[in-house]
Structures are given as C-alpha cells and as structure tokens.
Ligand binder design. Structure first.
Ligand code: NAP
Length: 268
C-alpha cells in the first residue's frame, strides 16, 4: 500500500498513537499512517494481533512501531499509555482516538455493565487520553488529533441509544477542540463513518440493515486522514451520509428520529 501524498507530507517521521488498532477502521488508519512514513504506537486489548501488525508494518514500510496492550475501559489505562510513551521518550504528534464499540437492541434489555463500559471506552477514555496528549501538542505548536465519531451522532438512534449518544459526545468534543487549538497549530477532526466493513456489527449484535451498503475501512481511513491533515473539523467519508446529514437539517427532529427508529427496530 502507498500512503496518500498529502498525508505523507504531514506525518512522515512523526509518532502516531492509534487506539483500537487491532481491527477494522483503527487497523486501516494505522496501516495508512505506516504507509505514509509515520512511526506507530499500536494499542488495543489483543496483544497478539498488535504484535503481528507491528512486525508487518516495520518490515513493509520501514517504520518504527511499539505495542502497548491495554483495556481502555479501565480508568487507569490512559495514564499507563501516556507514561509508557513518555518513559520511552516518544513524541506523540498524532493521536487517533478510534477504539469503540456499540450495542444494538432495546435499551432495557441490554446488559447495564456493558453499556456503562461503552461510555467508559467511547467517551471517558477519549477525554482522558486527549487531556494527557493534547497539551503537549499545544506546547510544541504542532499536532493532529482525530476522534472517530459516527454518522450515528447526527440523530438520536433508538435501539442504539447509548452508542449514538456516545458518538454525539465524541463529535462535539472534536469540533469544539478544533476551534480551541487551531491557533496553536494543532488540527482536530471528527471522523464520522457510516456503515463500514469491520468487526463492529458482530460486536454490537447488529444485523445488516436493509439498503445500507457498507464502505471499506481502507477508504474511510484514507478520507479521514486526508481531512485531518487538511484541517477539516469533521469528515463524513461517504456520499450518502453527507446527503442524509444535510437533509436531516431541514426536517423536524422528531420526524428524523422516528424514521431512524423505524429503520433500526429489531425485526420479529
Ligand atoms: N464499523 C462501522 O460501521 C462504524 C461506523 C461508524 C463509526 N464507527 C466507529 O469506528 C471505531 C472503530 O470501530 P470499528 O468499526 O473498526 O470496529 P472493530 O472492528 O470492532 O474495532 C474496534 C477496535 O476497538 C478496540 N477495542 C474495543 N474495546 C476495547 C477496549 N475495551 N480497550 C481497548 N481497545 C478496545 C478493538 O480491539 P480489541 O478487541 O483487541 O481490544 C478494535 O481494535 C469505533 O469508535 C466505532 O464507534 C464504526
């Protein structure tokens, strides 16, 4: 794989930390950063996968890569990650907050601990990691921060209620921070994918919603990284999603959330 030229110009030789790098969109983001000459800190829970990826990226792209396996739903994990990079003298110029999962089904039938864990991972860990790494970027007057949100963040989503709420949090956080830190030379972007090929549906228990074609994680990652280095505060990587978001602005909110609820209502 060859990295995109515009991404290469911005990230070559810099260190990027990618959360959720063992699968799906995070893996694709990590590979495109590696192909663009960035060095990588890869993190997720499955250390075996991360070690195999690090070995492949070092061999294929001639970059440096380190693996730090943590469970980011654990409140102590962000500090552990930060301390490990500091102790190794790594200057993290690119932070990719990607790790996340969803739950599909009726809120009242979902496991309470699992839903709480979703908030811990999708929101609390994102804030904590950003709190640790962003001030250093601001001090250095350079850096890139991506937070992976979702098109689920553009309307309340019955049957994925907690998940969609975590993704509004992520998108709002990124869009607000983009304004705060632009003056310090740091770019922040919310990547808002729609249905994307990954392990997400399997983890969430989400059956294929009819009529929803999914996009490759590679394309999502490429468009997300290009948008990040070009200074876009949010990126919706697929055309149907852009149209949907635009049309929703014109329609009454209740109509939009009602239509989404109908589309996502479990069959049978
Ligand atoms: N796929 C979609 O349709 C879609 C659409 C919109 C947004 N998104 C967002 O895209 C991001 C990536 O999802 P994906 O689609 O690539 O799903 P995925 O294939 O299931 O990948 C999720 C990644 O997160 C990691 N992860 C999960 N729980 C973790 C934990 N407790 N601690 C640390 N890492 C953890 C997983 O690694 P381990 O299991 O090894 O820990 C994996 O690397 C998520 O934020 C998701 O909300 C996905």
């Amino acid at each position: 794989m060859q990295g995109s030229k515009v991404v290469r110009q911005s990230v070559q030789g810099k260190w990027a930390l990618v959360t959720g790098a063992s699968a799906g969109i995070g893996l694709a983001l990590a590979e495109q950063l590696a192909a663009s000459g960035a060095n990588l800190v890869l993190t997720a829970r499955r250390a075996d996968r991360l070690e195999a990826l690090a070995g492949r990226f070092i061999g294929e792209y001639g970059i440096k890569a380190q693996v730090i396996a943590v469970d980011l739903a654990d409140p102590a994990a962000p500090q552990k990650l930060f301390s490990a990079t500091e102790d190794s003298g790594l200057v993290i110029d690119i932070l990719i907050n990607n790790a996340g999962f969803g739950y599909y089904g009726e809120f009242t039938k979902g496991d309470a601990a699992w839903q709480r864990q979703m908030v811990d991972l999708n929101c609390a860990a994102v804030v904590h990691l950003t709190n640790l790494f962003l001030p250093k970027m601001v001090d250095r007057k350079r850096g890139y921060l991506m937070i992976v949100a979702s098109t689920a963040s553009y309307q309340p989503l019955a049957y994925m209620a907690t998940y969609a709420a975590t993704k509004v949090f992520d998108r709002f956080l990124a869009e607000a921070l983009a304004h705060e830190v632009a003056k310090h030379g740091v770019m922040v972007s919310a990547l808002c994918p729609g249905p994307t090929d990954s392990e997400f549906n399997e983890v969430a228990g989400l059956h294929q919603i009819p009529g929803r074609k999914s996009q490759s994680a590679e394309e999502v990652a490429r468009l997300g990284l290009e948008g990040l280095v070009e200074g876009k505060p949010w990126v919706i990587p697929y055309t149907a999603g852009k149209i949907m978001v635009f049309m929703q602005r014109l329609a009454p909110r209740r109509l939009v959330s009602g239509a989404a609820a109908k589309m996502f209502r479990p069959k049978g």
